[in-house]
Design a protein. Structure first.
Lengths: 355, 198, 328
């Protein structure tokens, strides 16, 4: 299908909207009625047609507006994109991966022509047509990481693999769930995850690190992560928390359905061939409570998950104060019926709300 | 003086050790104030024959005692900032096999460790020992300014004036802990300050 | 996560290739060059990567790991170099005697367990014999990105030093060859002394050479994190032993000339693997019960783990004695 790109904002007047198409394909993150940390990873080799899992790098109706929002963030704070000196090669690896994937997966939107090291990249939605020399930074307006991720939805971390660990040594981070690349750059896997509660004690990160270090070329992986955001604000950065934090207190029983969003990260993992680094794209999807409630299964399940989440997790995810109001709203959509296993909406088989 | 036992914390918070002599082609010591005591506790004539001590007394002058150890080279500076170009030069000239020993406050150890890592020494092989003040070097995540010698939580950013709380999340690259606005969701509601370890 | 999880296959993704050339390099070493059967370029790879070659030797499937030693800048071919070992389990002998130009075989995507540390300011390589192979592609990669390196290569004789001539011609000031028959030895201590901070060293060769480099570097105050090694661990033959595979409900006998991993695969049981050489950790298997002696040969398990007898790496390790039950 040809994508109709929205003209919308993720700040100020928040004109961001999901179409019916976008709601049905939203990566709802709960495969059962409760949630606890787990790696829960699988191979990233396509998925149901039209789903966000189908392509290697999903492009949707928010593409152009998300890229506009990223440009605003970078104008205000260039430190959101950084690459330590040894990560340039990994940046070229990522550029190649994205250009090859997008031109193959979306030939109507992106084109790549390669003649040896002379490459021509055409990005029709953003009106870009650039010719450059692969592996020669002087022929691009930005470094390879920044160049390609100014044209790709989602955050991108590049992890160097050495000393039996992964190191957060480069990234483009403007749609993050409250963590700072400028602070965390150079940290190893355990250090940048240090603030996450409970999971260390559970041994989650040791197993996750082992899994990630064994991701091999040609066999990428993926998993989902989630949090909550008031207003469709992509840039929930610690840097600007003193400005956006107050929005969390703007919820009322009347506006919560429209204002409260579930924020889902589709995390994918690719072994990069030339640098042996790991690419870690973190794609952010937002969906308002009221849009989610149009899917009966999701309405039932979201209520149960939010209700039963341990206090530590609700605190870490930043919605402990708003949880009672969320539950008042969500309980209207939970009739106590059982739900089908898995994340998909199952609109044809799941019964409508019985109250 | 008695050593401070830091409470258990998260995995990004540095864990300081105890200096021990190791085989090496040279030995660079960087210490401030009470850190001198850690050097004195492990110095041997063999070690001192190839040692370069860089000391920042910072109100607790133990220079006479350090000089008495007979290091091959001795330098004293009024502040880390004043000593930093010398430290960068010494490490830049050093060869593989050099051992780096850091002692004293977290701020000086952290900054010196960053300089050593920049020079090409992996952080895991740099030795440390905490002595003296437990004050922290904090970075305001909002304005990026550093506030030195922070002993209370919350505190006021010395650059942008925001009320900040003290996290244990630590960046070795910045040699600082992270400080985040405490009253963003309820402006003006700032709890009373108390000692970080109270 | 999704409703349609795919089953993970063991090992890596594979590529179908044709042996495009079989080139004698020395009396013992032969180079095999591959092109893809579909004519497409190969995936790029990083210096130090290996591929696992599957050989069909009658009804026996052999899988051996070899360093990719072609130039990473040339994606038209992949090449490996195989040293003939007449005393081993027969994989290298099979390659030399039975694999010919024009044969179609299967190899895995590149896997790198011995990569360059790109934070290094300088790289020093120590190669012993056929241990030269991973350095061929590392040198190719550093050439591309303008890295600072030198190679110290020890061989029995100049004639047996595979690629020594090519390397010395191309990099006369960076490549140093030491020949046993001329009583030349790597002056290790002198080389490791006086290197600039940020230098990393890499060693590939016989076990004795690897431990020599590690211990000498440590005695000179080098950080452990700056000394990298890759040992050639081929599974060693040993006494046959019997194993019970609990999950699959099968009892198998591991033959004298096959590894435990190969025996598990022969029984039709899917088992994870990557390096088949005791270093990646992928095939780690839980022991349910054991009455006998473990012959641990891997580099993966900690010494305490090996002593505890709760885990085994079936790619290289064996067992002697009565009962061994594995969670597989």
């Amino acid at each position: 299908m040809t994508i109709q790109f929205n003209d919308e904002t993720f700040r100020d007047d928040y004109s961001f909207r999901n179409s019916d198409w976008a709601i049905k394909r939203f990566p709802f993150p709960f495969h059962e009625d409760s949630y606890m940390y787990s790696m829960n990873a699988e191979q990233h080799r396509g998925g149901p047609a039209g789903s966000v899992f189908e392509k290697r790098f999903d492009v949707d109706e928010h593409y152009i507006s998300e890229m506009r929002d990223r440009a605003i963030v970078l104008d205000q704070d260039p430190l959101r994109c950084q690459s330590l000196p040894h990560m340039t090669l990994a940046g070229w690896d990522l550029l190649e991966l994205i250009m090859v994937s997008k031109s193959e997966d979306y030939p109507d939107l992106f084109e790549l022509y390669r003649d040896g090291a002379q490459w021509r990249w055409v990005n029709k939605p953003l009106g870009i047509d650039d010719t450059f020399t692969f592996m020669d930074e002087t022929t691009l307006p930005y470094g390879p990481l920044e160049y390609i991720t100014r044209q790709s939805q989602g955050d991108f971390a590049l992890l160097d693999q050495r000393e039996n660990n992964l190191w957060m040594d480069a990234g483009m981070i403007t749609t993050q769930a409250d963590w700072s690349l400028d602070f965390d750059i150079g940290m190893n896997f355990f250090e940048w995850h240090a603030p996450v509660p409970l999971a260390h004690e559970m041994g989650i990160f040791k197993r996750a690190l082992k899994f990630l270090m064994n991701i091999q070329q040609g066999a990428p992986g993926r998993r989902l992560n989630w949090t909550m955001t008031v207003n469709p604000l992509l840039d929930t950065s610690p840097e600007n928390y003193h400005k956006w934090g107050i929005q969390k207190t703007s919820l009322t029983p009347e506006n919560i359905g429209a204002k409260q969003h579930v924020r889902v990260e589709l995390q994918t993992f690719y072994r990069l061939p030339r640098s042996n680094a790991l690419a870690f794209p973190i794609r952010c999807y937002l969906c308002s409570f009221q849009d989610l409630m149009t899917v009966p299964k999701w309405g039932r399940r979201l209520h149960r998950v939010v209700r039963d989440l341990p206090v530590e997790l609700a605190t870490y995810k930043g919605f402990i104060d708003n949880r009672p109001m969320m539950l008042d709203y969500l309980s209207q959509f939970d009739d106590g019926l059982p739900t089908s296993f898995g994340v998909f909406p199952d609109l044809d088989s799941e019964p409508p709300l019985q109250k | 003086m008695t050593k401070f036992n830091f409470p258990p914390s998260i995995t990004s918070r540095p864990v300081w050790g105890e200096l021990q002599a190791r085989a090496g082609s040279g030995h660079v010591f960087i210490a401030d104030a009470h850190g001198a005591g850690a050097i004195m506790d492990m110095a041997t004539p063999d070690l001192m024959a190839k040692a370069h001590i860089i000391y920042i007394p910072k109100g607790h002058d133990m220079s006479a005692e350090l000089k008495a150890l007979g290091p091959a080279q001795y330098y004293e500076g009024p502040s880390y900032a004043a000593a930093s170009s010398r430290i960068a030069h010494v490490l830049g000239q050093a060869k593989m096999g050099v051992q780096v020993y850091l002692a004293g406050t977290e701020s000086v150890m952290g900054q010196a460790m960053h300089a050593a890592v920049q020079a090409g020494i992996p952080s895991g092989s740099i030795q440390t020992e905490h002595r003296g003040s437990t004050a922290r070097r904090m970075q305001c995540v909002h304005c990026k300014g550093f506030t030195e010698d922070v002993e209370t939580d919350p505190f006021v950013c010395s650059h942008c004036g925001l009320n900040l709380f003290v996290r244990d999340h630590y960046s070795r690259r910045l040699a600082a802990y992270q400080a985040v606005c405490i009253d963003a969701e309820d402006p003006g509601n700032v709890p009373e300050s108390k000692g970080i370890y109270e | 996560m999704s409703a349609a999880p795919q089953k993970t296959k063991s090992g890596s993704e594979t590529l179908n290739v044709v042996v495009s050339a079989k080139v004698p390099v020395t009396d013992l070493v032969t180079r095999f060059e591959f092109t893809r059967t579909d004519g497409a370029p190969f995936p790029p790879f990083s210096g130090g990567a290996h591929t696992v070659v599957t050989m069909q030797d009658g009804d026996r499937t052999r899988m051996n790991a070899y360093s990719l030693m072609s130039d990473p800048a040339d994606l038209g071919i992949y090449a490996i170099s195989v040293r003939r070992d007449d005393t081993g389990r027969g994989g290298s002998k099979f390659m030399h005697e039975h694999v010919a130009a024009g044969d179609e075989i299967t190899i895995t995507y590149p896997v790198n367990l011995f990569s360059l540390d790109l934070t290094a300011k300088k790289h020093i390589f120590f190669a012993g014999g056929i241990g030269i192979t991973p350095f061929m592609s590392m040198i190719g990669q550093l050439d591309q990105i303008g890295g600072n390196w030198e190679l110290h290569y020890s061989a029995r004789s100049a004639a047996l030093g595979a690629y020594a001539d090519v390397l010395r011609e191309k990099y006369p000031h960076k490549v140093h060859l030491y020949c046993d028959d001329a009583d030349q030895h790597i002056p290790l201590e002198a080389i490791l002394s006086g290197q600039p901070l940020g230098t990393h060293t890499y060693v590939c060769g016989p076990e004795g050479m690897i431990s020599w480099v590690h211990s000498t570097a440590a005695s000179l105050g080098w950080p452990e994190a700056h000394v990298h090694s890759e040992a050639f661990l081929a599974p060693e033959p040993g006494q046959p032993f019997e194993v019970r595979l609990c999950k699959s409900d099968k009892t198998i006998t591991v033959g004298e000339n096959e590894s435990l991993l190969e025996a598990i695969e022969r029984a039709g049981v899917d088992a994870p693997f990557l390096c088949r050489g005791g270093s990646c950790g992928m095939c780690e298997t839980d022991v349910v019960t054991a009455d006998g002696t473990f012959l641990h040969r891997d580099y993966w398990l900690e010494q305490e783990e090996q002593a505890a007898g709760k885990k085994i790496m079936p790619c290289v390790s064996r067992f002697l004695g009565g009962v061994l039950e594995l969670d597989r």
